[in-house]
Design a protein around this ligand. Structure first.
Ligand SMILES: *[C@@H]1O[C@H](CO)[C@@H](O)[C@H](O)[C@H]1NC(C)=O
Ligand SMILES: *[C@@H]1O[C@H](CO)[C@@H](O)[C@H](O)[C@H]1NC(C)=O
Ligand SMILES: *[C@@H]1O[C@H](CO)[C@@H](O)[C@H](O)[C@H]1NC(C)=O
Ligand SMILES: *[C@@H]1O[C@H](CO)[C@@H](O)[C@H](O)[C@H]1NC(C)=O
Ligand SMILES: *[C@@H]1O[C@H](CO)[C@@H](O)[C@H](O)[C@H]1NC(C)=O
Ligand SMILES: *[C@@H]1O[C@H](CO)[C@@H](O)[C@H](O)[C@H]1NC(C)=O
Ligand SMILES: *[C@@H]1O[C@H](CO)[C@@H](O)[C@H](O)[C@H]1NC(C)=O
Ligand SMILES: *[C@@H]1O[C@H](CO)[C@@H](O)[C@H](O)[C@H]1NC(C)=O
Ligand SMILES: *[C@@H]1O[C@H](CO)[C@@H](O)[C@H](O)[C@H]1NC(C)=O
Ligand SMILES: *[C@@H]1O[C@H](CO)[C@@H](O)[C@H](O)[C@H]1NC(C)=O
Ligand SMILES: *[C@@H]1O[C@H](CO)[C@@H](O)[C@H](O)[C@H]1NC(C)=O
Ligand SMILES: *[C@@H]1O[C@H](CO)[C@@H](O)[C@H](O)[C@H]1NC(C)=O
Length: 553
């Protein structure tokens, strides 16, 4: 309600029309006011104007001292907008004298600032003294709302770690109420809201609300809204933030390629030699994780020409049996680490089998695992075959010239008692679903000389012609004894001629002796191969057939 300006005392100062010429300071000794020259208010919000005033020392303010704020008009009477006696109640609605006038506090607030509130205001005190303070008549300038509500802190949010977001009310309020509420993602845990009002030094109050919650990783990228409702104006201001929730890695791996099936994490994969596969690692984390690929339990780095990888994709080309291992994708950021693996098994056809003699023979395996072994006559012989492969190969034995000799698959081939008939080449055949491979072993028997069928002597004119056959392995050497003289190899003199031929396991020798008298010599043929000796004695009878056959071991 407009109030006419009245002059109550001699001290009252008549205000000029233009106040801009005034500067702060005392115009009348003892009376001064301390407040801002200009106050900025935001439309629809509230503004608080801190203010203190002084009266001369000899003029004490009574507890009922009354303060009045006027809106100053240029061409009409000033308008009383707020008044209050001492610490008593306010008399107006949007304009509130908040200070305790009796204590020299002339602070006031304007709630729900309107455009037309932009004006100059002046303070007047009424007590035993009545005085209009003209030194400073604050100008309240009304602007559009420029402040944005702030939600803080919005950084350093970590999944699983409790955080408190604070939403601070806008405006320099002192008495108005603001309701602050929160809305947004529901994927948080342990959400609680604490509202608080804090008194500022200048007499204004700040409303704020704390939202305490434990963000989940799923909340990353979601938004949280803070809504402020100004109780007086019903104005609503919203703020929102997009949550940047940091979290440790979650790793997923996926294998594709020449596989029997596509596989997911921690699976056992079976891949065939020579094929290619790629492992794909997908890491969900914030911030981005470091990704490392490992091979084996000892975290070997994987390198080489058959491997290519970028951080997410690991490619294995022309797989080899040795590539069978556990392959990890490991991801790490500052919030944790995680890994997943594939256990890769490589299927491959049997490698050339290793065939060797276990017992009963002297073994001599060359680099191709192909062997020729010597077995002793009469002893048992055990041969074993092994072929690297996956899946394990089935083994079959066959014998050159005899066909398949084992009906069940076995690594072992046994000859219970070695005879000449068991000599030969045996083949071990290894086969699995991928392929087959084979290798042989040749068993030869070591035995001492035995006499051949056709050893005999006969007369050819004046000469005696003897033939001697020795069968053995290795082939024997033949020595002739004529009476007490020994002849070996191919030797001859004017009376004796010897021709000897040695094959792998035979030795044959012809002896020709020219007789000079009627005395017939005693003739023996001695075969010897280091494993034993054999002596054939030819008797003196007419037809010179072997009579006495003795074996001298
Ligand atoms: C939620 O609060 C309960 C009780 O205070 C506590 O046991 C639980 O661990 C909290 N959960 C999280 C995710 O902080
Ligand atoms: C609100 O949160 C701020 C920042 O975490 C803290 O300083 C203040 O004490 C909290 N107030 C209440 C009432 O919890
Ligand atoms: C403010 O919040 C209080 C308590 O939650 C409620 O009673 C009141 O109605 C709210 N006022 C407005 C304007 O939303
Ligand atoms: C968040 O605020 C922006 C402007 O600041 C607005 O475009 C967007 O729609 C708001 N989002 C939500 C969910 O309130
Ligand atoms: C593996 O990744 C490929 C893309 O390279 C995708 O097409 C496939 O669906 C994924 N498989 C699985 C099991 O996730
Ligand atoms: C890896 O897997 C993901 C999801 O399965 C897929 O989106 C992506 O295309 C794959 N990347 C490669 C290189 O295969
Ligand atoms: C990621 O790798 C870089 C370079 O090797 C290293 O400096 C950084 O510390 C690593 N970060 C984590 C979280 O391991
Ligand atoms: C896969 O292996 C990793 C690393 O050994 C392990 O942490 C994870 O729990 C495993 N996941 C499953 C589903 O077994
Ligand atoms: C990987 O596979 C091999 C052969 O199937 C098996 O022996 C081994 O235990 C597996 N390793 C793991 C870590 O699963
Ligand atoms: C088998 O015997 C023959 C003849 O004595 C010999 O040359 C060969 O070296 C022997 N083989 C082995 C493996 O002992
Ligand atoms: C191994 O066998 C292959 C063919 O089967 C042959 O070419 C090679 O010379 C053999 N190597 C040796 C050392 O015997
Ligand atoms: C030994 O004599 C026989 C009979 O005359 C003959 O068949 C054989 O070829 C001769 N052997 C040698 C090694 O000269």
């Amino acid at each position: 309600m407009p109030v006419r300006r009245r002059h109550h005392s001699l001290w009252t100062f008549v205000l000029p029309l233009f106040s801009l010429q005034f500067v702060s300071g005392e115009r009348v000794p003892g009376y001064s006011i301390n407040t801002a020259e200009e106050v900025s208010a935001q439309f629809g919000l509230c503004v608080h104007v801190p203010c203190t005033f002084f009266v001369p020392d000899n003029e004490k303010l009574s507890p009922n001292a009354k303060g009045l704020w006027f809106k100053v008009f240029m061409y009409q009477d000033d308008l009383l907008v707020a008044s209050k006696a001492g610490s008593g109640p306010n008399t107006h609605q949007r304009f509130i004298l908040t200070g305790d006038v009796s204590k020299g506090d002339c602070s006031f607030s304007i709630l729900d600032v309107q455009r037309w509130d932009e004006s100059r205001y002046r303070f007047r005190v009424e007590d035993s003294i009545r005085f209009n303070y003209a030194d400073i008549r604050p100008f309240v300038r009304v602007k559009d709302v420029t402040d944005k509500p702030v939600i803080s802190p919005i950084s350093s949010l970590v999944a699983g770690k409790e955080v408190t977001l604070t939403c601070v009310g806008l405006g320099r309020c002192s008495v108005s109420q603001q309701n602050i509420s929160w809305s947004g993602s529901t994927s948080h845990q342990n959400v609680s809201v604490v509202r608080d009002i804090v008194s500022n030094k200048d007499g204004s109050t700040t409303y704020y609300s704390n939202l305490t919650f434990t963000p989940s990783r799923e909340a990353h990228g979601s938004s949280i809204n803070c809504e402020m409702i100004y109780v007086y104006s019903r104005k609503t201001i919203r703020a929102n933030v997009t949550l940047d929730v940091q979290y440790g890695p979650i790793v997923n791996i996926n294998a594709t390629g020449e596989l029997e099936f596509d596989a997911k994490e921690n699976a056992s994969l079976v891949v065939t030699e020579g094929k290619s596969i790629s492992l794909n690692c997908t890491v969900d984390s914030n911030p981005v994780s470091n990704i490392t690929w490992w091979k084996g339990s000892y975290k070997q780095n994987i390198e080489g020409v058959r491997f290519t990888y970028n951080t997410h994709r690991y490619e294995l080309r022309d797989v080899l049996p040795d590539d069978a291992d556990i392959y990890f994708c490991h991801a790490q950021n500052q919030h944790g680490n995680s890994s997943r693996f594939f256990n890769i098994t490589v299927k491959y056809s049997p490698r050339k089998p290793k065939v060797s003699c276990l017992t009963g023979c002297s073994d001599n395996v060359n680099s191709n695992f192909t062997s020729i072994v010597n077995a002793t006559e009469g002893s048992p012989v055990h041969i074993v075959c092994s072929a690297e492969s996956f899946p394990p190969a089935e083994l079959f034995w066959s014998r050159t010239g005899h066909g398949v000799i084992s009906t069940s698959t076995s690594r072992f081939l046994t000859v219970s008692r070695m005879t000449l008939a068991d000599e030969g080449t045996y083949m071990c055949n290894a086969s699995n679903s991928i392929g087959t491979s084979s290798n042989t072993i040749t068993i030869q028997m070591i035995y001492p000389p035995k006499p051949g069928q056709n050893s005999s002597c006969s007369m050819k004119g004046s000469s005696v012609v003897c033939t001697c056959f020795m069968e053995s392995f290795p082939a024997a050497t033949i020595t002739w004894r004529v009476d007490s003289k020994e002849y070996s190899g191919n030797s001859s003199n004017d009376k004796v001629w010897i021709v000897t031929v040695q094959t792998r396991s035979n030795c044959s020798s012809n002896l020709t002796i020219e007789l000079t008298d009627s005395k017939k010599p005693v003739i023996q043929c001695l075969g010897s191969n280091g494993k034993g000796n054999y002596v054939i004695s030819y008797n003196n009878c007419e037809y010179w057939s072997p009579l006495n056959v003795s074996n001298i071991q």
